[in-house]
Design a protein around this ligand. Structure first.
Ligand code: PLP
Length: 375
């Protein structure tokens, strides 16, 4: 079945009790037992399972062509569950350029003796090989990376991981399965912040871990999901599933708009560099063209004149909203270094853009007036 069809139907069925076409939201935290003590409807308690969460998990693993999924209350909770599921003392190889929150989890929270992490430039497979230790259990990828849109060769990293019996995880938040299907390239586990494109409307938090094949690791992550309890609410699961129906069409429009915005920025005299894998000049363009079906709705650019000039551009936009996050219908722009905080290596004149679903001409006009005023 094609992705557009799955997006509308996976995890959704007409409600058998009412005939409702849109699924009901089951808010109940607990479910009735029969007189003999059994659970005739298969549900016990909403932390362990809830109909809306089960429907969402069913949909997510089908979209990624995985075997099963575990939904979480945020992308960060999903990532943390993966780290918690590793044996104590495991070594992780992670990208230098990744979502800051993931880096903070590995640098400040999951520290020795729990885990040890080596951060490498994941675009350089020699660096990945050189970082391997006898206790390396997991290699983390995020591609395109955040905020420099570096492209990692998922198949190359997965091969290295499998040679040493380690797992290859791919954070597929920025692409979604509409653009990139990491299991096809050998990844074992996919993580998502469903807060972003899956939710699609900047009105919820969520995360998910999806497994290529169920294993002991799957059971451990699912145990952590229900025992630690960082689960999404039934309402948030319902909202995400509702939004998934339009995901393939939204991703197409985000990507088409982003290509136009990137082309415009690449020609502007006030712009130093545009980081967008769809540009043929991008160092990861060839790999991106191989593993992505479109180039996505995210891009970054640096502004001539340093931090003050970049802040001025962000201050002058009228259609873009100055805010962190991504993947919603509205375009966002943010000065990334100041949200990442002290010690970041992000250039201080870099603006990150989540290209929304407005008309591309309006977005370009808005950036043009903001950049021209910075002359
Ligand atoms: N992964 C990526 C690539 C992200 O961009 C983010 C958030 O920005 C996360 C994970 C964390 O997601 P959440 O904010 O839902 O915890």
């Amino acid at each position: 079945m094609k992705l557009e069809t799955l997006a509308v139907h996976a995890g959704r069925a007409t409600d058998p009790t009412t005939g409702a076409v849109a699924p009901p939201i089951i808010l109940s935290s607990t479910f009735e037992r029969a007189a003999d003590g059994s659970f005739p409807h298969g549900h016990v308690y909403t932390r362990t399972e809830n109909p809306n969460r089960l429907a969402l998990e069913d949909c997510l693993h089908q979209l990624e062509s995985g075997s099963s999924a575990a939904a979480f209350s945020s992308g960060s909770a999903a990532s943390a569950a993966i780290f918690q599921a590793l044996p104590t003392g495991s070594h992780v190889i992670a990208p230098l350029d990744s979502y800051t929150g993931t880096k903070i989890l590995l640098r400040d929270i999951f520290v020795a003796p729990m885990l040890e992490t080596t951060f490498v430039d994941m675009t350089d497979l020699d660096q990945v090989r050189a970082a391997i230790r006898p206790n390396t259990r997991l290699i983390w990828t995020e591609t395109p990376s955040n905020p420099l849109l570096k492209i990692t060769d998922i198949a190359g990293v997965a091969q290295i991981a499998h040679r040493i019996g380690a797992l290859c995880v791919c954070d597929n938040t920025w692409c979604t399965p509409v653009i990139q299907q990491p299991f096809k390239f050998g990844a074992d586990v996919i993580v998502h912040s469903t807060t972003k494109y899956f939710g699609g409307h900047s009105d919820l938090l969520g995360g998910a871990v999806i497994f290529a094949e169920d294993s002991e690791f799957t059971a451990r992550v699912k145990q952590i999901q229900v025992r630690v309890g960082a689960v999404p609410s039934p309402f948030d699961c319902w909202l995400i599933l509702r939004s998934v129906a339009t995901l393939p069409w939204r991703m197409r429009a985000h990507s088409e708009n982003a290509v136009k915005v990137a082309d415009f920025l690449a020609e502007h005299v006030q712009v130093e560099t545009v980081y967008y894998p769809g540009l043929p000049t991008h160092p990861g363009h060839q790999i991106a063209a191989r593993q992505m079906s479109m180039f996505g709705g995210m891009l970054s650019f640096t502004v001539q004149g340093g931090q003050a000039a970049a802040m001025n551009v962000a201050a002058r936009v009228k259609i873009f909203t100055r805010a962190t996050s991504l993947g919603g219908v509205e375009s966002l722009i943010e000065h990334r270094a100041s949200i990442e905080g002290a010690g970041t290596s992000t250039p201080d004149n870099l603006l990150r853009v989540s290209v929304g679903l407005e008309h591309a001409d309006d977005l370009i006009d808005d950036l043009n007036q903001a950049l021209s005023a910075a002359d």
